[in-house]
Design a binder for this molecule. Structure first.
Ligand code: C5P
Length: 224
């Protein structure tokens, strides 16, 4: 068994996409598979953490020893996190939360009409879950993800500061074979004053390396 570097720590994670309903049969979503978040949940449980995984709709099985809470929308994910986060030492926001949701959910299926070739959807901003966690007094050690296609470092550092994160893991989703839906990924991890490159590997190995850094930084941040 791996060294129990997260023994005694409670870790809350979000994973997967969110689904934003338009009507009873349609929604807006994204291509997140949940693989990175589920790999982190599995690895954290192996390292001895007590893990709660708040998951959007995915087709993955719950890792051994992990408590799973299923949600669909960003608002549901936000509520599920805020209800539980004060009982946790570490929060990792791995979910690809939809930034906007339809302003109204139609109670009936939206009908196609003969006289209209165009339709305009009005969207409203969703709550930023990790920023809400980052704004808490006595917040847990908070880790975010940034999926970018250009200016990866600049956007990651901006998010680290703006969302009051302790650490951010950035991936370049424009590179083939990594990021969304892929089995492999590469990350650059940033925190105040330093960084670490985690080279391309399978998501479970990457999760273990990221959690080694998290355990290390968590302990320095909590040291007297
Ligand atoms: O700003 P951006 O969406 O790129 O930030 C990504 C980070 O913020 C991820 O950790 C993601 O889980 C989190 N996030 C969130 N709630 C949102 C949007 C993003 O928790 N509404």
């Amino acid at each position: 068994a791996p060294a129990q570097t997260l023994a005694g720590l409670r870790l809350l994670l979000t994973a997967g996409p969110t689904r934003e309903a338009l009507d009873p049969v349609r929604y807006i979503s994204n291509h997140s598979s949940g693989k990175m978040g589920f790999a982190l949940a599995r690895a954290a449980a192996e390292l001895g953490a007590e893990v709660t995984l708040v998951s959007g709709p995915v087709t993955l099985t719950t890792p051994p020893g992990v408590t799973r809470v299923d949600v669909e929308s960003a608002e549901q994910m936000h509520a599920a996190v805020m209800e539980r986060v004060r009982q946790h030492d570490i929060f990792i926001g791995c979910a690809a939360v939809a930034d906007y949701r339809p302003a109204q959910i139609s109670a009936q299926k939206i009908k196609k009409t003969a006289d209209n070739d165009e339709m305009v959807l009005q969207l409203v901003k969703n709550p930023d879950i990790i920023a809400a966690v980052g704004a808490l007094a006595n917040k847990p050690f908070t880790v975010g993800f940034a999926a970018e296609t250009v200016d990866v470092e600049q956007y990651a550092l901006d998010k680290l500061h703006r969302k009051r994160l302790d650490m951010i893991a950035a991936n370049d989703v424009s590179r083939a074979g990594q990021g969304f839906n892929a089995d492999d990924n590469a990350l650059t991890v940033y925190w105040q004053g330093d960084r670490r490159e985690l080279p391309l590997s399978d998501k479970l190995s990457l999760a273990r390396h990221l959690l080694d850094l998290v355990a290390d930084r968590y302990r320095s941040s909590r040291a007297p």
